[in-house]
Design a protein around this ligand. Structure first.
Ligand SMILES: NC(=O)c1ccc[n+]([C@@H]2O[C@H](COP(=O)([O-])OP(=O)(O)OC[C@H]3O[C@@H](n4cnc5c(N)ncnc54)[C@H](O)[C@@H]3O)[C@@H](O)[C@H]2O)c1
Length: 345
């Protein structure tokens, strides 16, 4: 059977960095979109489309039954979305990224929902020997984040024989503009540092490799995975990336782009951090199987970012809301107020 091409899509985490773009893409293709999100970063990212979507403010650890009623398929993004937040609260990370993903898969089976696209991560390849890795690589994740993503993948894949059609997308590190910005992702961080400090630090020389993808391309890959016929995607894992880049190369691309808009940026080598992430992977399967090729390069995305960001208002770039770990720490600091008032957002 073909994947769903109409009806209602539930997007968990739809108010986040990727989700805010993805929901717009789905609306443009004619879907009804229901977003389930606990709104860590508020409702602002959905402002442009708020009157065109259904919003369920809820936690993926406790999904209300009604949220799945009338749903034709799910694109699952909700959870802690990077290493620092996962290491900050490993138990919450495990419950959100691993346990809740498995429970969501089971709930889909109960509701007769077949297609579930899961936003996993290329960081699962970290720790493997150097070289290009494809989806068959024997991953052995070490950190809290990648371990939980790996568990979520396996839990969904195991539900295939109960009628689920899971599709796993291992996304590279994302770059580009979204109504909900993240400046804690390497390319976006370099753009912010260029504007705020005029200086980019290359830790350990910046020789580490990283697979990267634009936020619009990763959203379109999710739509392609959602719409593809079962026989092409059921139980399959796809890497989603434009290219592999060395961090040093990214710094040079961003500095050169900043120069073009009149911002002078210096590059400096700095000591290596305690933990480095260094891995490369292949996007061949995605293009061979689905004919999908991410198109937006780093330089195109950086050029957009530089025009979207108000250079005169550089102070906005350091708002903790744009940095997942800093925002989560702040939320924890105000936990007593959350309990007293219900919400601080
Ligand atoms: N951004 C990247 O570079 C990248 C790369 C690979 C994979 N991913 C994955 O893609 C997904 C989306 O990432 P993003 O960059 O948009 O992150 P994000 O942090 O901007 O968005 C996550 C969204 O999920 C919501 N959320 C978090 N925990 C929740 C919970 N327990 N219940 C309900 N909602 C919850 C947040 O409020 C937020 O709106 C994540 O699963 C992330 O792990 C992201």
């Amino acid at each position: 059977m073909d994947g769903p091409r109409e009806g209602t899509v539930l997007v968990t985490g739809g108010a986040g960095y990727i989700g805010a773009i993805l929901t717009e893409r789905l609306l443009d293709r004619g879907y009804n979109v229901r977003v389930l999100d606990r709104l860590y970063w508020g409702e602002g990212p959905l402002e442009r489309i708020r009157d065109r979507i259904e919003l369920v403010v809820a936690d993926v650890r406790d999904i209300p039954r009604e949220a799945l009623e009338g749903v034709d398929g799910v694109i699952h993004l909700a959870g802690l979305s990077n290493d620092p937040t996962a290491e900050y609260d490993p138990e919450a990370n495990w419950q959100m990224n691993a346990v809740a993903t498995e429970a969501l898969g089971r709930a889909c089976v109960e509701h007769g929902i077949e297609r579930v696209v899961f936003s996993s991560s290329c960081s699962l390849y970290d720790g493997l020997p150097p070289g290009m890795h494809d989806e068959t690589a024997p991953v052995q994740p070490r950190g809290a984040y990648s371990t939980s993503k790996h568990y979520g993948e396996k839990a969904l894949l195991e539900l295939q024989d109960q009628g689920l059609c899971p599709v796993i997308l291992r996304n590279g590190t994302v770059y580009g503009y979204s109504p909900r910005m993240r400046f804690d992702l390497v390319v976006n961080t370099f753009v912010k540092d260029s504007l705020v400090q005029g200086r980019l630090l290359l830790h350990g020389g910046g020789w580490m490799w990283r697979p990267l993808v634009d936020v619009r391309d990763v959203s379109d890959a999710m739509v392609a995975a959602y719409e593809a016929p079962d026989h092409l995607v059921k139980g399959e894992i796809f890497n989603v990336l434009h290219s592999n880049y060395q961090i040093r190369e990214l710094a040079m691309l961003v500095a050169g782009s900043a120069q073009l808009v009149g911002v002078t940026v210096s590059l400096e080598e700095a000591p290596a951090p305690k933990l480095t992430r260094d891995y490369e992977c292949s996007n061949a399967k995605l293009s061979a199987r689905l004919g999908f090729i991410p198109r937006r390069s780093v330089v195109e995305a950086v050029s957009d970012l530089l025009s979207e960001i108000d250079i005169k208002d550089r102070a906005q770039l350091t708002d903790p809301r744009y940095y997942n770990i800093r925002w989560l720490q702040l939320l924890h600091e105000v936990q007593p107020r959350i309990e007293e008032f219900g919400s601080v957002l």
